[in-house]
Design a protein. Structure first.
Length: 92
């Protein structure tokens, strides 16, 4: 199954919202990405950046499951969204 880029970007923006609502997750994301809060705001619409947001969610099972439960999405949906954005691994 292939997800369209627009839907993947929407899911990534939901993931960003999930991250910024938790100070610990936000701090970890900023440290891991090397971004400042201002840089985060500037890059929020870049498809490659949105892929990085999904990478952050996918790197921790607890965060992934919490995000999925909050948004009523499956982990597989998050993986499909990541594959639809730049830098995502495809099986094709």
């Amino acid at each position: 199954m292939i997800m369209d880029k627009e839907k993947a970007e929407t899911i990534a923006l939901q993931a960003l919202s999930f991250i910024v609502r938790d100070d610990g997750l936000l701090e970890r994301f900023l440290v891991n990405s090397g971004l400042t809060p201002d840089e985060l705001k500037e890059r929020v619409r870049e498809p490659a950046f949105l892929g990085g947001i999904l990478d952050e969610i996918l790197c921790d099972d607890k965060d992934l499951l919490n995000f999925c439960n909050l948004c009523s999405l499956s982990p597989e949906t998050i993986i499909l969204a990541r594959r639809a954005l730049p830098g995502g691994f495809t099986l094709e």
